[in-house]
Design a protein. Structure first.
Length: 198
């Protein structure tokens, strides 16, 4: 069952259950999402989610692929929260949903809210690192030499997922700039926490 964590000044509801954080949007809004499910630029999403994979869900994800799994989650949210799957987008992670942070900053009339989950204890894979895995059609393979740390523990790569809410409509270029700044902020946070690349 979802509980309300926060209702924003725009009427967005930030909801959480044991394995998902979901934002149900109040007014119609535009945005960009890096997801297989209704990802890219969109002008009529009703909600976005960040879902923690359990072992049962990992098995389901491995059997049918990422898009089928995300569609399965959409059906669950439709049944629980009456959200249509064609107006829903989301991310999946192995990060514990109890390791989340919601931060709000305001300047004059503009408010930015960041909802972040983190599961990157040991491997801050970043630009400039040697490539260590390859993805094609949602299938991953690790392309490492035998001495690579990732071959000793292929589960090392972690994720930091952000849902960024801005209480004003931005054009496409401004949305991309905002996402770029958020990615740069992740890199700085990992550096400041001394989470190094392996």
């Amino acid at each position: 069952e979802f509980k309300l964590l926060l209702k924003t000044s725009d009427g967005d509801e930030i909801l959480k259950n044991s394995d998902t954080i979901l934002v149900r949007f109040g007014p119609k809004r535009n945005g960009i999402v890096s997801s297989w499910l209704n990802g890219g630029y969109n002008e009529d999403l009703s909600a976005v989610f960040n879902h923690q994979l359990s072992q049962a869900n990992i098995d389901k994800y491995c059997e049918g692929g990422i898009l089928n799994f995300l569609n399965y989650l959409s059906d669950v949210f439709y049944n629980d929260l009456d959200l249509r799957s064609d107006k829903l987008s989301g991310l999946i992670t192995s990060a514990d949903m109890n390791h989340y942070s919601i931060v709000s900053e305001k300047y004059r009339d503009i408010e930015v809210i960041a909802i972040t989950t983190a599961g990157a204890r040991v491997n801050a894979v970043s630009a400039g690192d040697e490539a260590s895995y390859y993805e094609i059609n949602a299938e991953y393979s690790y392309d490492c030499d035998d001495n690579s740390d990732i071959n000793k523990d292929p589960n090392k790569p972690g994720t930091i997922n952000n849902i960024i809410l801005i209480n004003t409509k931005l054009d496409e270029s401004s949305l991309l700039l905002a996402e770029m700044i958020a990615v740069e902020a992740k890199a700085v946070a990992l550096r400041d926490l001394m989470v190094s690349s392996n």
